[in-house]
Design a protein around this ligand. Structure first.
Ligand code: ADP
Ligand code: MG
Length: 586
């Protein structure tokens, strides 16, 4: 009925995993089933079988992807699972790990945001690296944002074909010509990473300079996973959940900018969408600001309201409903759909012309485009902005990024995409998820645009292949009677940074916290707000290199040597699946 048990195992060499030192060991699944029988009651075994079937289903075509062990032995006993999930859902509802429903919007009602029951394992060394590199990335973004020549040359080809980016750039040109009224910018950044199976190291997906979200909810998620581990009787594991003060740090950044604005009566304005689904995350920021400084009023307005009610004062203060706005925090304005007409564009320009400190200023916004990310990956470019030691650290986290401009380099990238579409992601200049192209569609899209100028609006990025691990995905309205099956998931880490400064100097430069969101391994994208991903938090373990080399002659119960507890940890596609893996918390 089933084929082979696959154990993916690897040797640690010079702190790195390579394909060469990975050994795939095949054992008869009968052995595995026997092993499971020893481990479990008939009920547990049924649950294992169901879980395995689910993993098989969701795992087609991902056979050779590496795996990380989950933080706990899985699956959990059904009764325990039901009980913990019920508590976990209520915890999420009562602590605001929630969103508004997209399918059945009622502003008076919240539902919990999708989350994973257990914290996902993440190698401590790579987590630390991501945290430590953030101030360097803050500095990089800040310098890039203030380099007009670089921004304009990087975006030149894109601006000719991408209407939206061009309009943003035109605002930049306009305020530059007028003279920048407010030289100080506030950057609340989030750099996103996937672990790369080949190297066992993090690779940057992108850096967000506008509306970097989930700092609020993620700060609470660590507490949620503390609670769940405690309910599962694993207090000992809590030490591996890193502290997260993203919300406090981001809000402190806003208040520092507000202080620099230097008017006690000024308000902080959130620029929001017409309907905010991710309301808890935003309100957490608002409430935290009020709690850190009760004297600073916070208002929320969409672009249409700003276009109708805002004006500039005699010193270019932004006046709105008789209030002076000191800091503008954009949680909207990053996609064309937010600008219904010229009115909303006028509002954006008005804000940019004003004395208010913008998060982000228009040039910070442009510095976060994918085209700029690609331009930074060209040989010799990082060196212009960073010292040699910082440059080499940043290069480590970059992965292949290619221009599709109509030149010889672009032609080469077109060819690569057509030959190997699965190795790349095709990205336009958009934020917010759901815009990229994956798999065979990369070839179709590139072939369709290869002779047109339109291709300059896109970049090609090497596809990062992250390790999978098992977890329970808990979603509102799940039909599985409160007992979701085990799923294969992959996580994406985000690190938050705060940077404040002007073209001359950087006044504040900090790393402030993190987020982890997790998606099914079969999904291309995992945006939580877009409904594709689930909230998560990292459970720090030794490293991806922990997987030990198993001797095929070993019997299953020998794997459970002291301190090396065997865990049912992986599933697989095709004819068979299921593996055993190890997790060594550290
Ligand atoms: P957006 O601005 O829409 O968030 P991203 O570049 O972050 O655009 O891509 C959206 C999602 O697509 C990411 O969160 C990630 O899940 C997936 N993704 C993006 N780039 C890659 C890549 N190079 N390899 C694998 N997955 C990727
Ligand atoms: Mg993204």
């Amino acid at each position: 009925m089933v084929g082979n048990l696959i154990l993916s195992s690897s040797l640690k060499r010079h702190g790195r995993l390579t394909r060469q030192n990975q050994a795939e060991i095949y054992l008869k699944v009968d052995q595995l089933v026997g092993f499971l029988c020893n481990l479990t009651t008939p009920q547990k075994r049924r649950h294992v079988e169901n879980s395995v079937a689910n993993v098989k289903k969701t795992n087609k075509g991902k056979m050779d992807q590496n795996r990380m062990a989950p933080c706990l032995q899985l699956p959990l006993d059904n009764k325990l699972l039901e009980n913990v999930i019920e508590k976990a859902k209520d915890w999420a509802l009562m602590h605001g790990a929630c969103m508004r429903s997209r399918t059945n919007l009622n502003k008076d009602v919240l539902q919990f945001a999708p989350f994973v029951l257990l914290p996902s394992t993440f190698p401590r060394r790579e987590f630390k690296k991501a945290v430590e590199i953030q101030p360097i990335l803050n500095e990089l973004v800040h310098k890039v944002a203030h380099d007009y020549e670089f921004l304009s040359s990087s975006l030149k080809s894109t601006n000719t074909v991408d209407h939206f980016t061009r309009r943003l750039f035109e605002i930049y040109e306009t305020v530059r010509k007028d003279g920048i009224t407010q030289p100080t910018s506030l950057g609340l950044l989030r750099s996103d990473y996937l672990l790369n199976c080949d190297s066992g190291t993090i690779k940057q997906v992108e850096i967000n300079t506008v509306a970097s979200s989930f700092g609020g909810i993620s700060t609470h998620l660590g507490h949620y996973h503390r609670y769940v581990l405690q309910e599962l009787g694993r207090m000992d594991m809590i030490q591996n959940l890193p502290e997260n003060h993203a919300l406090q740090g981001l809000c402190q950044g806003m208040l520092e900018a507000w202080k620099l604005y230097n008017n006690e009566k000024a308000v902080i304005m959130f620029v929001v969408e017409d309907v905010t689904y991710n309301i808890c995350d935003q309100r957490f920021h608002e409430f935290e600001l009020r709690s850190q400084n009760p004297n600073v009023p916070v208002i929320r307005r969409n672009l249409t309201q700003i276009s109708e009610r805002a004006k500039l004062g005699s010193k270019k203060e932004l006046i709105l409903d008789d209030m002076e706005v000191g800091v503008i925090y954009f949680r909207a304005g990053y996609e064309p759909g937010h600008y219904h007409s010229e009115n909303e564009w006028n509002a954006r320009l008005l804000m940019e012309r004003s004395r208010a400190i913008k998060c982000p200023s228009i040039y910070y916004h442009l510095a976060g485009t994918k085209k700029v990310q690609q331009a930074l990956a060209k040989p010799g470019v990082l060196e212009k902005f960073l010292s040699p030691d910082k440059t080499s650290v940043v290069k480590e986290i970059f992965t292949g990024l290619y221009s599709l401009d109509k030149d010889e380099f672009g032609d080469r990238a077109v060819q690569m995409a057509i030959e190997n579409p699965g190795h790349f992601v095709l990205k336009p200049q958009r934020e917010g998820g759901g815009n990229n192209v994956y798999g065979d569609k990369v070839r179709t899209a590139v072939e369709a645009m290869k002779d047109s100028e339109e291709r300059s609006a896109w970049i090609l990025m090497e596809r990062i292949s992250p390790p999978m691990q098992l977890n329970y995905l808990v979603r509102p309205g799940d039909p599985n009677n409160g007992c979701p099956p085990l799923s294969d998931v992959v996580g994406e880490l985000g690190i938050f940074g705060v940077v404040i400064g002007d073209s001359e100097k950087i006044l504040v430069n900090k790393q402030v916290g993190h987020m982890l969101r997790t998606k099914l391994s079969t999904a291309d994208e995992g945006g939580v707000a877009a409904g594709l991903g689930a909230l998560d938090s990292p459970y720090l373990c030794k490293s991806t290199n922990k997987i030990m080399l198993l001797d095929p002659s070993l019997q299953p119960d020998r794997w459970r040597s002291p301190g090396r507890e065997a865990r049912v940890a992986s599933g697989g596609p095709g004819e068979t699946l299921v593996g055993i893996d190890l997790c060594q918390p550290n």
